[in-house]
Design a binder for this molecule. Structure first.
Ligand SMILES: Cc1ncc(C[n+]2csc(CCOP(=O)(O)OP(=O)(O)O)c2C)c(N)n1
Length: 298
C-alpha cells in the first residue's frame, strides 16, 4: 500500500488541522456527505483510484483544478476538496480548455461520464485530443446515462437494454480509447473498477503525461444497467469486469479468437506531440517580438 500523506485540508467544509488524520479524507469535502451514488455503484471506486494516484504524486490541491459536466459521475466535483468547476452537461472539456489556456501552470483534470464525454460532449473530446492540450480526462464509463435513469449512451453495447432501447440497442458502440487515439490523444489507457490497483497506476501515469491523456475507467451501474441486462447486482458486474478484461500485454500472446468478447485494459497508447498551451505561448511570443520590432502586419 502506498503511504497516504495528505493530512491537512483547507478546512472549508470539514477538516481543519487534522493532527494526522490518515487516508484520503483530507481530499474530501466531508460536509457534502452522504454522496448520491447508489449502493454498489463503481463511481466511488474510481474517485478513490484518482485520489490515490494524485496522493502518490504529491501534487498541490491548490494548483489543481477539477472540472466535471453533469451526471452521477460528474458529482465528484462536489465531493472533492480542490478548486472545482461543475459545469454543464457535455461541456467539461470546453471549460477545462479555457482554464488551461488562461493558466497553463495549473493541473487541469476532467472527471465525467460516458454520456457527457462521448455523446453531447463528443466534439469537445475529439478536439481536445486533436490539440494535445495538457489535460487529463477520466471517463467514468458505466455504459448508460445514470443520472437521468438509464437512457443508452454511445458506448452502450449492441443489444443492451436501456429506457430508450427497450428492445435492445441496435447501435454499434464507440471504442472510446480508439476514438481518442485516432483523434490525436497522446496517452490512452483503460482500466476497471474491479482492477482498481492497476487503474490507480494508469491514472497516475496519465496525470504525469504531458499532452492530452485519457483513461477510460469501466464502472458498474447496478441500478440502471445491471439489473436490466442480466447482471443482477454489483458483485455480478464486478465479476463480469474480472472475467472480460485482459491486460494488453497478455493479449499479445493470445489467440485473436479468444479475445473476441474481451476488453483490453492497461496502457493502450503513448506518444509525444507538441502540447497546445506551449505552442500557443510560442506563437504569442513570436507576435510580441514582431510588435517590438514594428513588424506586425495589421
Ligand atoms: C444540455 C443537457 N442535456 C441533457 C441533460 C440531462 N442529463 C443530465 S445528466 C445526463 C446523462 C448523464 O450520463 P453520464 O454522463 O454517462 O453520467 P452518469 O450519470 O452515468 O455518471 C443527462 C442526459 C442536461 N442536464 N443538460
Amino acid at each position: 500500500m502506498p503511504t497516504l500523506t495528505r493530512q491537512v485540508s483547507r478546512g472549508e467544509t470539514g477538516w481543519e488541522e487534522t493532527g494526522g488524520k490518515p487516508g484520503l479524507l483530507g481530499y474530501l469535502r466531508t460536509g457534502m456527505m452522504p454522496h448520491l451514488w447508489c449502493p454498489g455503484c463503481g463511481h466511488g471506486i474510481i474517485m478513490g483510484a484518482f485520489l490515490r494516484a494524485f496522493d502518490r504524486l504529491g501534487w498541490d490541491q491548490d494548483e489543481t483544478i477539477i472540472v466535471s459536466g453533469i451526471g452521477c459521475s460528474s458529482r465528484v466535483t462536489g465531493y472533492l476538496d480542490f478548486d472545482t468547476l461543475h459545469t454543464t452537461h457535455g461541456r467539461a472539456l470546453a471549460f477545462a480548455t479555457g482554464v488551461k489556456l488562461a493558466n497553463p501552470k495549473l493541473n487541469v483534470i476532467v472527471l465525467a461520464g460516458d454520456g457527457d464525454l462521448a455523446a453531447i460532449g463528443g466534439n469537445h473530446l475529439i478536439h481536445a485530443a486533436r490539440r494535445n492540450i495538457n489535460i487529463t480526462t477520466i471517463c467514468f464509463n458505466n455504459n448508460i446515462y445514470g443520472m437521468t435513469s438509464g437512457q443508452f449512451s454511445p458506448v452502450s453495447p449492441t443489444g443492451s437494454w436501456a429506457t430508450t432501447t427497450p428492445y435492445g440497442s441496435i447501435d454499434r458502440p464507440f471504442d472510446l480509447c480508439e476514438l481518442v487515439r485516432a483523434a490525436g490523444g497522446t496517452y490512452v489507457a483503460r482500466g476497471t473498477a474491479y482492477h482498481v490497483r492497476s487503474l490507480t497506476g494508469l491514472i497516475e501515469k496519465a496525470l504525469k503525461h504531458k499532452g492530452f491523456s485519457f483513461v477510460e475507467a469501466l464502472s458498474q451501474c447496478p441500478t440502471y444497467f445491471g439489473r436490466r441486462n442480466q447482471l443482477h447486482n454489483a458483485v455480478d458486474m464486478l465479476l463480469w469486469q474480472k472475467e472480460h478484461a485482459v491486460n494488453v500485454r497478455a493479449a499479445t500472446r493470445m489467440d485473436p479468437e479468444d479475445l473476441r468478447d474481451k476488453i483490453l485494459i492497461g496502457e493502450l497508447y503513448r506518444s509525444e506531440a507538441p502540447e497546445y498551451t506551449e505552442e500557443y505561448a510560442r506563437i504569442r511570443e513570436q507576435v510580441r517580438q514582431k510588435a517590438r520590432e514594428g513588424d506586425l502586419v495589421q
